[in-house]
Design a protein around this ligand. Structure first.
Ligand code: THU
Length: 155
């Protein structure tokens, strides 16, 4: 039996974003300026909106021992979890810049998808925005970027 999985998402222009989403994007852009990415020169910024209205940001933090570094999304989500352990995440936005400027589309890496998944199962599914300078992909449920995920139900 063949089965199919479908992912649905919104492909938006900035004029389609809400004020709150635009504010979150600005926070992520700001966070990307503070990335520590001397090796890849790929600066990523993530901003998390929490249910209490707080915005928590993160950037990628690299290391000469490459695997010891971490991504912007995980920096932001772990910081949110550490500072506001009981507050659900409402949305997460990601932006990135290479040496030529803003990249049109930044997909979260596999490890970050796993952490998005954990955050969703810890609280509830949240919105994910992958924001380029022109187009923005918005997924209402962040879990859709990791089909067949291993989570607490798998244990
Ligand atoms: N990076 C992120 O911060 N988020 C992602 O989802 C993709 C990759 C960072 C890790 C590394 O510092 C740089 O981008 C190049 O891979």
């Amino acid at each position: 039996m063949k089965k199919e999985l479908h992912i649905s998402y919104d492909l938006l222009r900035h004029s389609d974003l809400t004020e709150e989403e635009l504010r979150l994007e600005q926070a992520a852009i700001q966070a990307a300026q503070d990335a520590y990415a001397p090796y890849s020169k790929f600066n990523v910024g993530a901003a998390v909106l929490l249910e209490n209205g707080e915005i928590v940001t993160g950037s990628n933090q690299e290391n000469a021992a490459y695997p010891s570094g971490t991504c912007a999304e995980r920096t932001a989500l772990f910081y949110a979890g550490a500072k506001y352990p009981n507050v659900p995440v409402v949305s997460l936005i990601i932006v990135a810049f290479n040496e030529a400027g803003r990249v049109p589309f930044i997909p979260p890496c596999g490890s970050c998808r796993q952490v998005l998944m954990e955050t969703a199962s810890r609280f509830k599914p949240f919105k994910l925005l992958l924001a380029g300078a022109d187009e923005v992909i918005r997924l209402d449920d962040c879990r859709s970027v990791l089909p067949f995920a291993f989570d607490k139900e798998s244990l």
